[in-house]
Design a protein around this ligand. Structure first.
Ligand code: PLP
Length: 372
């Protein structure tokens, strides 16, 4: 068989991720590979760390990018902090809350599940009731931006509630980081993870994470050894720490980290507030156009994520046929529904570099064409 090089077309990525990356991020990926302990590379990693602290709005020393996707970031938070027998309040209002439960139970810990309807924010009252009924709970875990439904939850209030009940918080910020307001220190988040491929607009495969001092202390005081060698953060830290004594842990994905560095430089240059405002402006333009097409949102207005627009597929319309039409005619990718919303919803992402007027205009015109 005669194998050829793979040359994918240039798509416009308006699904739930990966999102479009800028030409500068794309160019950074093709720079020469250097050793992952080369002093120049180590200097760049120090900058990645500082830029991630900016993105997360934290001074946490333990702020790094895991060499693995968001799912590994999720797992790293749970396996490092939670031990068998611990009680964890887990909020579920979509697919990713459900994955948190699976992480907790696989550790042998107990998940106290607080269910809220899909397409809605986590219900604060229910979480408070669970905290009152379980005074021995150690953690509250929730998804800030539920990518499966497009709903944002009130992270600030949930963290305050957890603190009142002496619980640490584990927060999924895979879709929220760089897209909506997120203040790790001010809100008192203890463990947080994200992904490189959403509002940061970098290639997939890296997971920024950050642990508060309280979380680090919990890890240090563990009674049992962390079951995962690769995700044991006490081992990874010696590679990321800036004290000049870096030692080999695993071979870092050198070029992906160039990409993350570049995407974070762009975020810093634009400014977090401006980036957040841009997502909101583009979301409002998209929502206005969708309303004109008679398309309805799944999430009520005040609980909607600007970067992930989940909409009902109009009646009588073939989900797969329309998405293939958009892909083949316009090179435009929108996302299918996930979990309970499979076949009922589309998810239109406006993440990072993709949150631009030309994308909104194209998406609306292409959808109008596909639906007629
Ligand atoms: N959590 C949320 C909210 C997500 O949207 C995703 C991915 O879409 C993940 C976790 C898992 O991230 P990854 O696919 O990078 O492993």
């Amino acid at each position: 068989m005669n194998f050829q090089s793979f040359n994918p077309p240039r798509r416009i990525l308006m699904g739930p991720g990966p999102s479009d990356i800028s030409p500068e991020v794309l160019a950074s990926l093709s720079r020469p590979v250097i050793g992952h302990l080369d002093p120049l590379f180590v200097g760049m990693m120090d900058e990645v760390k500082a830029l991630l602290q900016y993105a997360f709005q934290t001074k946490n020393e333990f702020t790094i990018a895991l060499s693995a996707p968001g799912s590994a970031g999720m797992e790293a938070c749970f396996v490092n902090l939670v031990e068998a027998g611990d009680k964890v309040i887990v909020c579920r209002n979509g697919v990713f809350g459900d994955r948190m439960i699976q992480n907790v139970t696989r550790i042998g810990a107990e998940a106290i599940v607080v269910d809220s309807p899909w397409g809605r924010a986590v219900e604060i009252d229910k979480v408070e009731q669970a905290l009152i009924a379980n005074p021995d709970a150690k953690f509250v875990a929730f998804v800030h931006a539920e990518t499966s439904t497009g709903a944002v939850s009130d992270a600030k209030t949930l963290c305050a509630l957890a603190q009142k009940h002496h619980c640490l918080t584990i927060v999924d910020a895979v879709t929220s980081l760089g897209g909506i307001e997120l203040k790790v220190d001010e809100w008192g988040i203890d463990a947080i993870y994200s992904g490189s491929q959403k509002c940061l607009s970098c290639v997939p495969g890296l997971s920024p994470i950050s642990f508060s001092q309280k979380a680090v202390d919990v890890i240090k005081e563990r009674k049992t050894k962390i079951q995962s060698w690769f995700l044991d953060q006490s081992l990874v830290m010696s590679y990321w720490s800036g004290n000049g004594k870096r030692s080999y842990h695993h071979t870092a994905p050198v070029n992906s980290l160039y990409g993350l560095h570049e995407s974070l430089v762009q975020l810093h240059r634009e400014g977090l507030e401006n980036r957040i405002k841009r997502h909101k402006i583009q979301h409002e333009a998209l929502a206005e156009g969708l309303a004109k097409l008679g398309i309805e949102f799944i999430v009520p207005k005040e609980e909607r994520l600007p970067q992930l627009n989940a909409i009902y597929i109009p009646e009588g319309i073939d989900d797969v046929k329309v998405r293939h039409y958009l892909l083949n005619k316009y090179n435009l990718e929108i996302g299918a529904g996930l979990g309970d919303l499979a076949g009922k919803a589309w998810r239109i992402g406006l993440m990072g570099y993709a949150a631009r007027s030309e994308n909104v205009i194209l998406c609306l015109a292409a959808l109008e064409d596909a639906l007629n």
